[in-house]
Design a protein around this ligand. Structure first.
Ligand SMILES: *Cc1c(COP(=O)(O)O)cnc(C)c1O
Length: 710
């Protein structure tokens, strides 16, 4: 039960209801300072914290002047956050005051306590919203409230992933239900497979950016329709189609019900393509001829594609889509054939509606998420512009970035405070500011890192202990969970979705060579793995199982660990606490990759294949790279180069210590990693790119159209 809040701290509940607390260190420190043990026990969820904290603790905090001062400071920025005054966007485009930009995405990863994301795409969308809030870019998000989250991962004794529903209590998240006119619980209605589905919306505040989350679980809906939006990426194509239809069409209608009339629209990944279709329908319903409706929708829309992997691009049978949508083409003043032309893929089977093709046709501004992915995407989609040379295909790129204040450890920020000046948070865009990190004191940076590594390894051991007690795991499983990890050893982190192209098991290709590296008494190495395989991805689960089996192989002496249930919380600890980040995607399958950017911001250099962001990010001094730009690699060759790099460069540099036991050269690599990530790979840089090159031109209009003709 909630203890009553002392009047001097009455705003604690209000602060907890906007996720911006999560990226303000003073706000985090405020809760932590009231009851540190509880703060960690509730996994940094302030609403749960306030439910469980004792009245005594609250009274003690209210009597502590430092706490009260910090609280007053946080209440001040929380008020400041209610306006956009003085923000980058407001200063750059004062004439656009009052405009809004709609940002549609099937998942948002904002904090571990709001489990409506599965991985990279969602976290990128979350970081995008946070940076938009900081910069005053007038974004409103539209997504889905998955009441059963993604899934919780457990691994059985054979190393097979077991998926269980991820249950969470919405009342312990800052998500609030909205009601329609007259108090009805829904805001919009969407026809779907011959029935009217009513859509309820919830609001989630992310600083200045509201995200509207759609939900169909209300009594007014048919029993079969109520769970349609309850699980993320679950079920087969039939459910996916329904979810995407409801997101796109329902999302637009919910915005209208809230009286929002965005001037620019962004479909983040093809899942949201029906948003564009619905807007064409709206224009036609308002009397605009179809062709002009399409060109108006194009002019105000942006589309970002996130992967060259075919499974990442949804397509649905035309008959299915027609059943789902009903004869919506009649409302659009076109024939059924014309309707399906929108989602026609010029090369792949013509009996389908291809979500990416539709999104490209209906958006004037289209981009990939790194320079390399821009090239790959133009190659993939030349067929939409027949007769054009690949480099004339009008698809660009905006390289992804990560939200610094979300991903950088407090300990690293303290170093910034000391060496970059107290105001560094406001100068993130100044390259000269980032140069100063090279002057930071080596010992200070190193000790901060060693500290973070200790936090990670402690947590891993404690989790293993808990699993031993709670689930009676066998000794071998406990070893595999990481109890034998040693804080003095070079620690490699590999955490990501277990998609086959990410090649989690590549480092085991030559077990003898790996064995020699791990167990070298003078310079040993250990590896920590984490990651979920998509519930339907059996090849991914096979790789996970292989890796899991290696963790229990006595030959590797307890130096390979797998930590279960990778989420944003674990991700934070890993990117801040390992020594080296390893990333081995098969070229050219990794569109960007963002975990390596998070690691780099914390002084954890990356060793990776030249793909995605690493082609731009690797400068010869800030980590290690395998392969050459644009050259497709082969597992055998890549594994060989990986071992050679580890043997001849990485391990020797890590263990070369001076008389103060400091690895000077390694620390220089750490600083170079921070500098490069800070200069070029933050979400602030990314959102400024989108605002300047996509959103503002969309709002102002007037750019010549260049539609696909294929
Ligand atoms: C950053 C992140 C990802 C994406 O990482 P990639 O490098 O793009 O694979 C996935 N899951 C979690 C929990 C993350 O924090």
């Amino acid at each position: 039960m909630n203890a009553p809040l002392p009047p001097r701290l009455a705003g604690l509940a209000q602060i907890a209801r906007n996720l911006s607390w999560s990226w303000h260190r003073d706000a985090r420190a405020l809760y932590r300072g009231i009851d540190e043990r509880l703060w960690h026990a509730v996994k940094h969820n302030p609403l749960r914290f306030l439910r469980e904290v004792s009245a005594e603790r609250l009274e003690a905090a209210a009597g502590d002047q430092r706490v009260v001062d910090r609280y007053a400071e946080i209440m001040r920025w929380s008020r400041h956050e209610q306006t956009t005054q003085g923000t980058w966007f407001a200063k750059a485009w004062p004439e656009l005051r009052g405009k809004t930009i709609a940002y549609f995405c099937a998942e948002f990863g904002l904090h571990a306590s709001v489990p409506i994301y599965s991985g990279g795409l969602g976290i990128l969308a979350g970081d995008h919203c946070k940076a938009a809030s900081d910069l005053g870019v007038p974004l409103v998000g539209v997504g889905i409230l998955y009441r059963n989250g993604y899934f919780d991962q457990g691994i059985n004794a054979d190393g097979r992933q077991q998926d269980t529903d991820e249950r969470y209590d919405i009342s312990l998240t800052p998500i609030t239900p909205l009601t329609g006119p007259g108090g009805v619980p829904y805001l919009a209605t969407v026809p779907c497979f011959g029935r009217d589905v009513r859509i309820r919306a919830w609001r989630l505040d992310v600083g200045r950016v509201p995200i509207y989350l759609l939900d169909t679980d209300i009594e007014e809906n048919h029993a079969d329709d109520r769970p349609l939006l309850s699980k993320l990426y679950a079920g087969g194509p039939a459910l996916r189609l329904r979810q995407e239809w409801l997101l796109g069409v329902g999302g637009v209608r919910v915005l209208r019900a809230l009286d929002l009339q965005p001037s620019a629209w962004h479909a983040n990944e093809g899942h949201a393509a029906f948003m564009l279709v619905e807007r064409v329908r709206e224009f036609v319903a308002a009397g605009v001829p179809y062709d002009e409706a399409v060109s108006r929708v194009r002019g105000s829309s942006s589309f970002t594609t996130h992967t060259p992997v075919p499974a990442g691009h949804d397509m649905f049978g035309q008959a299915q889509v027609a059943e789902c949508s009903g004869p919506v083409w009649e409302e659009m003043g076109i024939t059924r054939e014309q309707f399906f032309e929108m989602g026609h893929h010029p090369v792949v089977d013509s009996g389908t509606f291809h979500m990416t093709a539709a999104a490209i046709r209906l958006s004037q501004r289209v981009n990939g998420v790194s320079r390399r992915h821009g090239v790959v995407t133009r190659e993939l989609w030349t067929s939409l512009w027949p007769g054009r040379a690949v480099d004339e295909v009008p698809i660009g790129h905006v390289t992804n970035g990560v939200h610094l204040a979300t991903w950088m450890a407090n300990q690293v920020m303290h170093i910034f405070d000391e060496y970059l000046g107290a105001n560094w948070g406001n100068q993130l865009d100044d390259p000269k500011m980032w140069d100063k990190i090279m002057d930071a004191d080596d010992a200070t940076l190193w000790h901060a890192h060693v500290n973070l590594k200790g936090v990670l390894l402690n947590l891993i051991r404690e989790e293993a202990r808990r699993a031993f007690v709670g689930r009676s795991l066998e000794a071998l499983q406990i070893v595999g969970a990481g109890v034998m990890l040693d804080p003095n050893i070079l620690t490699i982190g590999f955490a990501r979705r277990f998609a086959t192209y990410k090649r989690a098991s590549l480092i085991f290709r030559d077990p003898d060579r790996l064995h020699a590296l791990l167990t070298n008494a003078a310079a040993p190495v250990q590896i920590v793995f984490a990651g979920k395989a998509h519930p339907a991805d059996n090849p991914g689960k096979d790789i996970l199982q292989q890796v899991y089996q290696y963790t229990r192989d006595p030959r590797f002496e307890g130096r390979v660990a797998f930590v279960e249930d990778y989420d944003m919380h674990l991700s934070h600890l890993l990117v801040q606490g390992v020594d080296l980040w390893m990333n081995l995607p098969k070229v050219p399958m990794e569109a960007s990759g963002t975990s390596g950017m998070k690691a780099a911001l914390n002084g954890v250099p990356q060793l990776g294949t030249i793909d995605g962001w690493w082609e731009e990010g690797y400068d010869g001094t800030n980590g290690w790279a395998i392969g050459e730009a644009g050259v497709v690699d082969d597992d055998e060759v890549t594994a060989d180069r990986l071992y050679t790099l580890l043997e001849t460069e990485v391990v020797p540099r890590f263990y070369a210590r001076d008389e103060h036991a400091l690895p000077r050269e390694w620390i220089t690599t750490m600083k170079r990693a921070i500098r490069e990530a800070g200069m070029h790979f933050t979400a602030h840089r990314m959102v400024r790119d989108y605002a300047r090159d996509f959103y503002v031109p969309s709002i102002l209009g007037g750019t010549p159209d260049d539609p696909p003709t294929g």
